[in-house]
Design a protein around this ligand. Structure first.
Ligand code: S3P
Ligand code: PEP
Length: 434
């Protein structure tokens, strides 16, 4: 296990934001479901993306070529899509990636064969009940022990009407949107229980599907109509930069120094682009150009942050709130409790160790900002990449050094996070704890 010890230091400079993890999953899947070859540019090999690539290989997809771009360290992948839905392996390990498991379950079912799907870390207990309900309705055989992974599935999805709760995970909707267009008949996804949360992620799915030749009708996020017997069309596609990762450097720049974040498209559909509005509301000095964002040290103030459409940026925005004047309330954060960690509790616990004034209230947080945090504590990443990265950013405005254990968890989405931290002037001592 790795740990980092960070000496508080101003971060300054220019950073190339890594490719969007959400768009990478989607691009690899769309290329995999297309007949012929697609060329996907700007792929970074994080653990989650590797899990999706390996999962698609189980369906017979081939990565024919991987071309390294020396300047960015990212790859262009030439992907040969599946010709016949036939499993090459009856077992798929989704590691710790919620997106991978929820996207791939319906896709792998296209083969109609028995397979095992498993995961690691917290993924073994993250909810899949939405799919179990569909399996029960459609008479699809499945087995798991005590509701946790591994899961064995046998059967094909049939076209029809799928009722999906709007407030558990949009990833079920995305998984179905990838799969239902290939079935022999039309389908509808009806959103139940509450208004759809994480809408931006469904927008990303519908947008990339259109680019690969698949049409989905979005009826105001209440219902999605999916025509059957459609075909994916292979193409060349470049993954854009990741706003969820950009948020760490945006907050870092606001806390101290000046940071230019390259590769963040102004016209992006990513829901986490909301970081810009939230930070503006907090009085942050942020300027947005067509494809980059510049932030400078600012005197920020508290606000109300609705987590329902942008769950992944809450840990790092909580760090900003802990160092902003006045009170911040994070509301509607229920689904944060079912991520890689319970992010309401992990954010609260670790920021408290640094001396922040923060408490949980229902499924949200109440944070009263201070000019500086104490630091001088050993923090735990909870094996959650976003907690590790958020606490790294918090260290910038601590009085004393901060240690973060299990810091290697960043590899889930951003394997070179600590290197980038150092490039911007961070003083990080990385240790292998064995
Ligand atoms: O579709 C996606 O790429 C994602 C959807 C979100 O999950 P929920 O829809 O479960 O909130 C987000 O938290 C996750 O990191 C990625
Ligand atoms: C929640 C996340 O990812 P996933 O759901 O794909 O595991 C994340 O990246 O913060």
């Amino acid at each position: 296990m790795k740990s980092v010890k960070i000496n508080p230091m101003t971060l300054e400079g220019e950073i190339n934001i890594p490719p969007s993890k959400s768009m990478s999953h989607r691009a690899i899947i769309c290329a995999s479901l297309s007949r012929g070859e697609s060329l996907i540019h700007n792929i970074s090999y994080s653990d989650d993306i590797i899990a999706t690539i390996e999962g698609m290989k189980a369906l017979g997809v081939e990565v024919l070529e991987e071309i390294l771009d020396q300047d960015t360290g990212t790859y262009s992948l030439r992907i040969k899509g599946v010709e016949e839905f036939k499993l090459q392996s009856d077992s798929v390990n989704c590691k710790e990636s919620g997106s991978t498991i929820r996207f791939l379950i319906p896709i792998l079912m296209l083969a109609g064969e028995k397979f095992n799907i498993t995961g690691e870390g917290r993924l073994v207990e993250r909810p899949l009940d939405t799919y179990y309900r569909i399996f029960d309705q459609q008479g699809i055989k499945y087995a798991n022990t005590g509701g946790i992974l591994p899961l064995e599935i046998e059967g094909c999805l049939k076209p029809g009407t799928f009722s999906i709760e709007g407030n558990i995970s949009s990833q079920f909707i995305t998984g179905l949107l990838f799969t239902l267009p290939l079935l022999d008949g039309d389908s509808r996804i009806v959103v139940t229980e509450s208004e759809l949360e994480s809408k931006g992620y469904v927008d990303l799915t519908i947008d990339i599907l259109r680019k690969f030749g698949i049409e989905i009708e979005n009826r105001d996020y209440k219902e999605f109509f999916i025509k059957g017997n459609q075909s994916y069309v292979s193409r060349e596609y470049k993954v854009e930069g990741d706003y969820s990762q950009g948020a760490f450097w945006i907050v870092a720049g606001l806390l101290d120094g000046k940071i230019v974040c390259n590769d963040l498209e102004k016209s992006s559909l990513q829901g986490d682009k909301e970081v810009v509005e939230i930070v503006e509301r907090m009085g942050g000095n942020i300027s947005v150009s067509e494809d980059s964002i510049t932030v400078e040290k600012s005197e920020t103030r508290g606000t109300v942050i609705d987590a329902s459409q942008c769950p992944d940026i809450i840990p790092v925005l909580s760090v900003l709130a802990a160092l902003s004047e006045g009170e911040t309330r994070v509301i509607n954060g229920k689904r944060l409790r079912i991520k890689e960690s319970d992010r309401i509790t992990s954010t609260r616990t670790e920021l408290e160790k640094l001396g922040a004034d923060i408490r949980e209230e229902g499924d949200g947080l109440v944070i009263v900002g201070k000019p500086m945090l104490e630091g001088g504590a050993v923090l735990d990443s909870w094996n959650d990449h976003r907690i590790a990265m958020a606490m790294g950013v918090a260290s910038i405005r601590c009085k004393k050094p901060v240690e973060i254990t299990n810091s290697g968890s960043v590899s889930k989405s951003y394997p070179h996070f600590w290197e980038d931290f150092k490039k911007l002037g961070g003083v990080v001592d990385e240790r292998n704890m064995g």
